[in-house]
Design a protein around this ligand. Sequence first.
Ligand SMILES: [Zn+2]
Length: 135
Amino acid sequence: MKPYTTNPHPARPPLYVYKLVKLWQKRMHLTHFGEIKLYTRAFKDGTAAETRWMKGYKGGSIHFGMKFLSNPTITYEEVESIVVHELCHFLFAEMDDKFEYYLGVGEVFFEYAKSREGMCDTIATILMARYKRAK
Ligand SMILES: [Zn+2]
């Protein structure tokens, strides 16, 4: 299934992205973050999405790359996997903050962050496969 590419409010992602975030936020037990705010952004490097969270982990936002969302070849499943990947960052949020606090943002932190990216991809793949099978 392909997502629709016309977005009446270009500063916000299309409605199906909101629905995906809501669905996966519940599945991933991240409802304590409350309503995750969604935005689009003109990333210069083709970034698909970026996640931010508030202190106390009761709020956060996902910024989706405008180029990524408006790419006509992108599939619904690709957007879904980005959503699940970004929500994985919320799972790691507290650990990220603790690592950053105790290690500082240096080489060790960057190595951790690189590993965490791979972990988010793996977790997203496993979760999506699990729910696909359950349908
Ligand atoms: Zn990531």
